[in-house]
Write a protein that binds this ligand. Structure first.
Ligand code: NDP
Ligand code: 2IT
Length: 445
């Protein structure tokens, strides 16, 4: 494989798909050496087949708002690769959704799911629908319409979606409900379901918990722990919430959260009733950062800024792609940050990653650090297939073990001669090797 040649060809075929090309470049640069040491990969065209999705389904989603006005959004499902298991990955509702962002997310999902040790292929879906400010009825009508278009392409052994930005338990409920109505079957075709009807008891917390467990493992390898550390977290959605809960539980102090409008710095730490207050704001569909600073006057709101300028030991970007750039990474390094564990998918730009690696920061890439969410989805599927419900403690212990195992796989492939672990390289190689070997076994299809 010649990385530059491959990327030139890909850019010609998919012009302007910036995020997708960014995600592919990172992986192919990491695996180039092992790929070229294994001539069977080249002969079987593994990389050329892996960078193109198996199938993309695009459809219109018409829906009627509360005033009787009709709207039309676009929906997509990118079924990227099912070499090691059925397609699996979340659904995102956000105005920024387009094919480039879903292809980057689906591509990342292949390697992430491979790292979990569970048999899951990679996929992603979503729509440019903006759930912000919509009523419950509007959300329900949209979700039903989305599923009317997509249901034929899903199944517990074919493709199993879950949540992502703008899609949580409520939206999964509405989409699952329509799937059940159309098929007449109550099957585990979604994960992140309600706790009373097949959902895993800790799926909502799992991604954030996993990102903290991954940071814990990176620190452990250096003889350190989470306790007593100061942590900066971005966003305040599903993933940030889980990360903040676990960080508090393990004795860290969380000093930031953020939204698209800016960030909150709370030097006293964000825990307990403050988290309850944030959850209330979120449930009532309001911005969170500014109202938080009115409610807790010792906290400061920094309008239009990102939290990475705050001094911290641990950073958890948990909001959206490319939310931490080279300048932010420089601020983190200058302020003595030791760990960056990505709760979000691809939150660090390539320049930011280079700077973190050069400065030997412990950098946990999203496909490893946030894999606890989809891993717990895999456990939910297992429970559904067995028609069992495991207690929360049992699922969390399984999740913790999976995060340890992901850490060890990355360390195995990412250890450098001076002992520093390049987790990005390790994650990409470990994730790739399993999928490539399955593709070789199954022939050119
Ligand atoms: P949510 O919709 O629950 O939360 C997203 C959060 O990010 C919200 O607080 C949102 O603020 C904030 N946000 C959105 N855009 C920006 C921006 N431009 N700048 C700052 N903040 C922003 O999504 P999730 O928590 O589920 O997902 C967050 C990230 O984690 C995504 O990258 C997702 O792909 C990834 N992820 C999610 C998993 C899951 O299980 N849910 C699993 C693995 C990864 P507001 O609501 O005000 O817009
Ligand atoms: O990015 C992700 O891993 C998710 N949004 C979760 C996917 C899943 O199927 O649980």
């Amino acid at each position: 494989m010649n990385v530059d040649k491959l990327m030139i060809e890909l850019e010609k075929k998919h012009p302007g798909e910036v995020e997708y090309l960014q995600a592919v470049r990172e992986v192919v640069e990491s695996i180039e050496e092992v790929y070229n040491q294994n001539p069977q990969f080249e002969a079987a065209g593994i990389i050329e087949r892996l960078v193109e999705p198996d199938k993309i389904i695009t459809f219109k989603v018409p829906w009627v708002d509360d005033q009787g006005q009709t709207h039309v959004n676009l929906g997509h499902r990118v079924q990227f690769n099912n070499a090691i298991g059925p397609y699996k990955g979340g659904i995102r509702f956000h105005p920024s959704v387009n094919l480039s962002s879903l292809k980057f997310l689906g591509f990342e999902q292949i390697f992430k799911n491979s790292l979990t040790t569970l048999p899951m292929g990679g996929a992603k879906g979503g729509s440019d629908f903006n759930p912000k400010g919509k009523s419950q009825q509007e959300i329900m009508r949209f979700c039903h319409s989305f599923m009317i278009q997509l249901w034929k392409n899903l199944g517990p052994d074919m493709d199993i979606p879950a949540g992502d930005i703008g899609v949580g338990g409520r939206e999964v409920g509405y989409m699952f409900g329509m799937h059940k109505k159309l098929t007449g079957e109550h099957v585990g075709v979604f994960t992140g379901k309600g706790r009373n009807w097949g959902g895993s008891l800790i799926r909502p917390e799992a991604t954030g918990y996993g990102a903290v467990y991954f940071a814990q493992e990176m620190l452990k390898a250096k003889g350190e722990s989470i306790e007593g550390k100061v942590a900066s977290v971005s966003g305040f959605g599903n993933v940030s919430w889980g990360a903040i809960k676990k960080l508090n539980h393990l004795g860290a102090k969380v000093v930031t959260i953020s939204g698209p409008d800016g960030y909150i710095y709370d030097p006293e730490g964000i825990s307990g009733e403050k988290i309850d207050y944030l959850l209330e704001l979120r449930a009532s569909n309001q911005d969170i950062a500014k109202p938080y600073s009115y409610e807790f006057p010792n906290a400061q709101f920094h309008e239009g800024k990102r939290p990475w300028e705050v001094k911290c030991d641990l950073a958890f970007p948990c909001a959206i792609q490319n939310e931490l750039d080279e300048n932010d990474a420089k601020n983190l390094v200058d302020n003595g940050c030791k760990v960056v564990s990505e709760g979000a998918n691809m939150p660090c730009t390539p320049e930011a990653i280079d700077l973190l690696l050069e400065n030997k920061v412990l950098y946990g890439p999203g496909k490893a650090a946030n894999a606890g969410g989809v891993a717990t989805s895999g456990l939910e599927q297992t429970q559904n297939a067995m028609k069992l419900n495991w207690p929360a403690e049992e699922v969390e212990e399984k999740l913790r073990q999976i995060m340890v195992s992901i850490h060890d796989s990355c360390a195995n492939y990412g250890k450098e001669s001076d002992g520093y672990i390049n987790y990005m390289k390790g994650a990409n190689i470990a994730g790739f090797m399993k999928v490539a070997s399955a593709m070789l076994d199954q022939g050119v299809i």
